[in-house]
Write a protein that binds this ligand. Structure first.
Ligand code: PAF
Length: 307
């Protein structure tokens, strides 16, 4: 299996199934909600305004009701910059032993969120390679993937079986890891290349396989690997580059989330991707001009339409 992780155990435990809720109506969240509902769970949607949401998933009409507090288990697949506010808003509606699962691109949210929780409330991170696209009232599963889940505090570890089994259905096949950080650094390397370059050049992921991008990709990844290694998570540039090129090939026909954010004039996740690398590099006195330039370019671009 993935190094540092193990597959989900079969259901032999006496831990009761949790009652799940999903924050927002993003593509990954609705994919997870659909798969949970088809497996017999009844996930509620936590939305800004209570609403009934009707969608089509794999030719099946599905209906989701608003989440009803108190909330026992919540998947939070929102953008990195929205995570803190989402958890703060949820907190008064959570049970004392609620289990929360974060899932987003980029890094830096975990230390912000942990202090918002009671010692009895569990926090998890799930990183996924699934791709989904929302089209009007339909949710398309555009890329079959897998996910890695890890507990972030002691209160999470006590509920491993129940959380892992639901997340295996929602976004599996799932592996459970003790430490999410190595997986987040690997994903960060992928996002540090694909997201800013496709957003700035307004292209599909596959365009980045062209020779003109190879020098820049190599330079970006060299910096990411230096910083990850200084942070205690060694990454080898050649292996990481190979992995990034595989993702570019596998998702060649997709538009990245950041390209979509720019096209739809939404805030991007640059501060949690290139910006996180820049911030970590400063801690270790490492120069990261390529990542820094990408962050600056993205901030300038989004300033033209974001207030
Ligand atoms: O953000 C995204 O779009 C995805 O994480 C990835 C892997 C770059 C594929 O498009």
């Amino acid at each position: 299996f993935l190094p540092g992780s193990r597959p989900v155990a079969q259901n032999t435990s006496t831990q009761p199934a949790l009652s799940w809720n999903i924050v927002g109506r993003g593509a990954i969240g609705l994919l997870a909600a659909s798969r949970l509902q088809l497996a017999g769970y009844k996930p509620g949607l936590w939305l800004h305004q209570p609403a009934i949401v009707d969608i089509q998933f794999q030719q099946q009409p599905l209906q989701f009701l608003s989440a009803t507090p108190p909330l026992q288990a919540v998947l939070i697949p929102v953008k990195s910059y929205a995570v803190f506010d989402a958890v703060k808003t949820l907190q008064p509606f959570l049970t004392e032993d609620a289990q929360l699962v974060l899932s987003h691109n980029g890094m830096g949210t975990i230390p912000e969120v942990l202090p918002l929780l009671l010692p009895t409330q569990g926090l998890w991170f799930l990183t996924t390679t699934h791709g989904a696209l929302k089209q009007q009232d339909a949710i398309l599963h555009t890329g079959n993937g897998h996910s890695v889940l890890a507990p972030l505090n002691a209160a999470a570890s006590r509920h491993t079986t129940a959380v892992a089994q639901a997340m295996d259905i929602a976004l599996g096949p799932l592996a459970v890891a003790a430490d999410i950080e190595p997986f987040l650094w690997q994903k960060l390397a992928i996002n540090a290349v694909i997201n800013p370059l496709t957003a700035l050049h307004n292209c599909k992921n596959g365009a980045l396989a062209q020779p003109q991008y190879q020098q820049q990709i190599k330079a970006i990844l060299h910096e990411v690997c230096q910083v990850a290694t200084a942070a205690g998570y060694p990454l080898q540039p050649a292996l990481v580059q190979q992995n990034v090129m595989q993702v570019i090939e596998r998702t060649a026909e997709n538009f990245s989330s950041m390209q979509q954010d720019v096209v739809h004039q939404r805030r991007t996740e640059t501060n949690a991707i290139s910006g996180f690398i820049v911030a970590q590099a400063a801690r270790f006195n490492i120069a990261v001009p390529h990542n820094s330039q990408l962050q600056q370019q993205l901030l300038q671009l989004q300033q033209r339409y974001c207030r």
